[in-house]
Write a protein that binds this ligand. Structure first.
Ligand code: ATP
Length: 435
C-alpha cells in the first residue's frame, strides 16, 4: 500500500520528514523500499520552505531487509512486498499522527492507494502548478483514499510524491534532534563535515568551504539536526559515523529527487511565471547592481527580452553576471518570478563570448586636440574651452581582454535549490572560482 503525506509543518517548527520518520519507527507494518522525500515545484507561492512531500510503501515485507535508520531500534526496509495490507487500516493508523503533529496554519493531506497515480502527476507537481480539484479527480478515478485538513492543499503534494518514478535519484540521510533540544543551538563540529566531504565524493552539498559553513545543518528551529546527501547508501551510513555532533534521536535514509533538475522545463514556447526554465539567451546589456546586493542582466530570447537576476545570497556567483557582456551566448537555468518578472538564476552555461570593446581613453577635441571631459554616464564628452560636444562613441576603444571562460557556473552550496543538479552530479566542474 502506498501512503503519502504533505503540508504538516510551518516556519515555526516541525518537518514533514520527521513526522514520517516517527511514523516509520512506530508502525505496525513493514516498510517496502526506502521512504521517499520528493521535492516539488520550488516556485509554488504557498510552500513553507523547500516544497518537500513524503511517500512510502508499506505492507508485509519479503526478501532480505536492509538497515536504513535507527530510533530505539534499527529501522529496516524490505526489497519486496509479500502481502498487501488494507487501505482503510493504513489510513486509520496514519490519520491520528497527522492530526497530532500538524502545525497551526498548515493544510495537511494524506493519500493512501494500492496503485500509484499516473507519472504525469509527478512531472506536473515538479514543474507546474496544480489545482486541488484536478488532483482529487485523478485520485477518485483510481479509487485512492484521501484526507485533507485545513483547505486540504497537502493532497496535491502527497499525490505528486506518490506518483514519482525515479529517473534520476539521490539519497539523503536525515538525522533528527532529541525533542528536548528543539529550538536550541545545534552542536556540530564543522571540521568533521569538512573531512566527510573530502573522504566521500559520493556525497554532495555538504559544506561551504570558503566560510566553513556546514550546509548539512539547517538554521531553522525544525527538528532536523543534519542531512547528508549522496548517491550511495553504505557511504552515507559510514559518513554519518564521522560526524562529531549531539546524539541524534532518530536518523533515517530517504530516496529523493533532490539534485535532479527535474523541475526544469527546457526551451518552452511560452514562459509562465512560477516555473523554472532552461533558456538559450543572448546577453543584451551589461550587468547592473541593485540595492540589497542583487545583480541583474538583460538577455534576449528571440524577440523577447528578459531580466536575469543573481540575488544577494548567491554571493560570488553574482560576479559571473558582472563579467558577462552584450552578445555573450548563455543557457540560463532559473525560476521565472511573477513580480518582478525576472529569471532567478540557479545555474548558467556560458556557451560563447562576444568580442567586446572597452574605452581606451577620452576622445580628443577636433579643434584644440586636448582630451575632452565626460559629461556623465552615456552622455558623451565636452571640450569646455572650445564648446565642442562629442558623442559617447567618439572615444577610442580597445578589444576587451575577457576574464570569463566558457563553461558551467553555479551558486555556492548554501544558496542552491534542493532540486538543482549540482555540477558534481553532472560530471562538470566550474572553470573559474570567483573570490
Ligand atoms: P517543508 O519543505 O518544510 O516540508 P514545504 O515547503 O514542503 O515545507 P508545504 O507545507 O508542504 O511546504 O506546502 C507546500 C504546499 O504546496 C502543499 O500544500 C502542497 O500540496 C502544495 N504544492 C506542492 N507542489 C504544488 C504544485 N506543483 N502545485 C500546486 N500545489 C503544490
Amino acid at each position: 500500500m502506498h501512503l503519502a503525506v504533505d503540508d504538516t509543518d510551518s516556519r515555526d517548527g516541525m518537518c514533514t520528514t520527521y513526522l514520517l520518520a516517527k511514523m516509520i519507527t512506530e508502525m505496525p507494518f513493514d516498510l517496502i523500499g526506502l521512504p521517499r522525500l520528493v521535492r516539488l515545484n520550488p516556485a509554488v507561492p504557498w510552500k513553507t520552505r523547500g516544497n518537500g512531500a513524503l511517500a512510502m510503501r508499506l505492507g508485509v515485507g519479503g526478501g532480505e531487509p536492509q538497515r536504513i535508520g535507527s530510533a530505539a531500534e534499527d529501522v529496516m526496509c524490505y526489497p519486496r512486498l509479500r502481502r498487501e495490507v488494507s487501505a482503510d487500516e493504513v489510513m486509520e493508523w496514519a490519520l491520528p499522527y497527522v492530526r497530532e503533529h500538524m502545525q497551526a496554519g498548515s493544510n495537511p493531506g494524506i493519500v493512501v492507494s494500492r496503485t500509484k497515480p499516473p507519472q504525469r502527476l509527478y512531472w506536473q507537481g515538479a514543474r507546474d502548478i496544480l489545482s486541488i480539484d484536478e488532483v482529487t479527480r485523478t485520485l477518485d478515478g483510481m479509487g485512492a483514499l484521501r484526507h485533507g485538513e485545513g483547505d486540504g492543499r497537502g493532497i496535491v503534494g502527497a499525490s505528486c510524491a506518490m506518483a514519482w518514478r525515479p529517473r534520476d535519484r539521490s539519497l539523503e540521510l536525515l538525522a533528527y534532534r532529541q525533542e528536548e533540544r528543539w529550538g536550541s543551538i545545534r552542536h556540530l563540529d564543522v571540521s568533521t563535515v569538512e573531512r566527510l566531504d573530502a573522504l566521500y565524493p559520493s556525497t554532495f552539498n555538504n559544506i561551504e568551504r570558503r566560510w566553513m559553513k556546514a550546509a548539512i545543518m539547517p538554521s531553522t528551529p525544525c527538528p532536523v539536526l543534519y542531512g547528508i546527501r549522496g548517491e550511495d547508501l553504505p557511504d552515507l551510513l559510514s559518513a554519518k559515523e564521522m560526524l562529531e555532533t549531539e546524539d541524534p534521536g532518530i536518523w533515517m535514509v530517504f530516496l529523493s529527487n533532490q539534485g535532479s533538475d527535474d523541475h526544469v522545463i527546457e526551451d518552452p514556447a511560452e514562459l509562465l511565471p512560477n516555473r523554472s526554465y532552461r533558456l538559450g539567451l543572448t546577453v543584451s546589456s551589461p550587468s547592473r547592481d541593485e540595492k540589497g546586493g542583487h545583480v541583474i542582466i538583460r538577455a534576449r530570447r528571440g524577440s523577447e527580452e528578459l531580466e536575469c537576476a543573481a540575488y544577494e545570497p548567491s554571493k560570488e556567483f553574482r560576479n559571473l553576471l558582472r563579467l558577462l557582456r552584450p552578445g555573450d551566448a548563455i543557457d540560463a537555468i532559473g525560476e521565472l518570478r511573477e513580480e518582478p518578472r525576472t529569471l532567478n538564476l540557479e545555474k548558467v552555461l556560458v556557451k560563447s563570448l562576444a568580442d567586446s570593446q572597452v574605452k581606451a581613453a577620452n576622445p580628443r577635441c577636433p579643434r584644440c586636440g586636448r582630451a575632452a571631459k565626460s559629461v556623465g554616464k552615456g552622455a558623451g564628452y565636452r571640450c569646455r574651452p572650445c564648446s565642442v560636444h562629442l558623442p559617447e562613441g567618439a572615444a577610442p576603444a580597445l578589444r576587451e581582454q575577457r576574464l570569463l571562460v566558457p563553461g558551467w557556473y553555479e551558486p555556492p552550496v548554501c544558496s542552491r535549490r534542493h532540486l538543482s543538479k549540482p555540477l558534481c552530479r553532472m560530471g562538470e566542474e566550474q572553470p573559474l572560482d570567483f573570490v
